[in-house]
Write a protein that binds this ligand. Structure first.
Ligand code: UT7
Length: 320
């Protein structure tokens, strides 16, 4: 497949909130959060916005890739928490980094947003419609939480990650995407309802609601299948994969996936302990952390996998 990731970047808000601090905000305990999820802290936006973090992550990825703004011809932002209904976060990023030659748009595939963005960019490159793309996953989920609802607010965090993807002879070896709208009610956040002279509704959007057990069951069944399918498409065995970088929702989900595909947990780096679940931001932020810590060398094969609201899922096998 004719596309390769050539640079990564990420941005997290400066303010961290520990589980202990959360105990003061909502009826929860550090012990419950750690045992059920593995999360110890998360970053929450104060001054930062989805766009400002996406811009910082994009600049870092471009610098890492050695690519200038005028070379970017496609910008895709996966987000469910843009600052504006319109213009899109991608158009705001385009403006702020000065990527005047790019076409820019957002996609809503929730926690699979980065993986969906990667698939779209690869398809654009197959069709000769783009040469150098910026794929970003960025969220300010904290503004979409009910901070009285302990079953959701303790899980999520804010941040953005980005990758520069360029047309090449190799790089992305296998891609899988999937959606199951029938099960979408398991994880929802209602936008503004109809409100006009004909009908009166509370004009405010709603908060995030999740049937955690249903999403858990979906993840532990679907993610291993998607990864196996992507490896099959790539003609790769699990033993050849150096790292599996999964959406950072829950350590127990990652342990279950590792067991199902018969690979040791050492191959599954995590940052959910420090970042929580950042939806579309999780996979690119983790990829950037792993890449910048020197854990990857040219030629390594890795798997990326995302899953979440929609329901949606995506997996990719890459050669670094
Ligand atoms: O990014 C999108 C993808 N999202 C996910 O992948 C999330 C998938 N689901 C999960 O990770 C888990 O289902 C959760 C971590 C969300 C919840 O874990 P669980 O083991 O499924 O717990 P539960 O929802 O069944 O709740 C168990 C108990 C309940 O109390 P009772 O009814 O047993 O008395 C909850 O009220 O834990 C209680 N509880 C809490 N207690 C302390 C729920 N949230 C909390 C909390 N602190 N924050």
């Amino acid at each position: 497949m004719p596309a390769r990731i050539i640079g990564t970047g990420s941005c997290l808000p400066g303010r961290t909130v520990s589980n202990q601090e959360l105990e003061e905000w909502v009826d929860t305990t550090d012990e419950w959060i750690r045992e059920r999820t593995g999360i110890e802290q998360r970053h929450l936006a104060v001054e930062e916005t989805t766009t400002s973090m996406a811009v910082e992550a994009a600049k870092a990825a471009m610098e890492n890739a050695g690519v200038s703004a005028d070379e970017i011809d496609l910008i895709i932002v996966g987000t469910v928490s843009g600052d504006m209904c319109f213009p899109s976060t991608a158009c705001q990023v385009q403006s702020q980094i000065g990527a005047e030659n790019a076409v820019a748009f957002d996609i809503n595939a929730a926690c699979a947003g980065f993986l969906f963005g990667l698939s779209i960019a690869e398809a654009y490159m197959q069709a000769d419609m783009a040469r150098t793309a910026l794929i970003i996953g960025g969220e300010t989920l904290s503004k979409m939480m009910d901070w009285q609802d302990r079953s959701t607010c303790v899980l999520f965090g804010d941040g953005a990650g980005a990758a520069v993807v360029q047309k090449d002879e190799t790089g992305i070896l296998g891609l899988v995407q999937g959606s199951d709208g029938k099960r979408g009610s398991a994880l929802t956040c209602r936008n503004r309802p109809v409100n006009n002279p004909l009908v009166k509704n509370d004009p405010m959007p709603d908060h995030t609601q999740m049937d955690g057990r249903e999403v858990y069951r979906f993840a532990v069944k679907t993610v291993p299948q998607a990864i196996e399918e992507a490896m099959e498409k790539a003609g790769t065995e699990p033993g050849e994969i150096k790292y599996f970088l999964l959406h950072q929702a829950n350590l127990r989900i990652i342990e279950s996936v590792a067991k199902k595909i018969g690979q040791p947990m050492e191959k599954f780096p995590t940052n959910l302990q420090k970042c929580g679940n950042i939806s579309a931001g999780s996979v690119p932020i983790l990829l950037d952390h792993v890449s910048r810590s020197g854990m990857l060398k040219k030629g390594d094969k890795i798997v990326l996998a995302g899953f979440g609201a929609g329901l949606t899922w995506g997996a990719a096998v890459l050669v670094w």
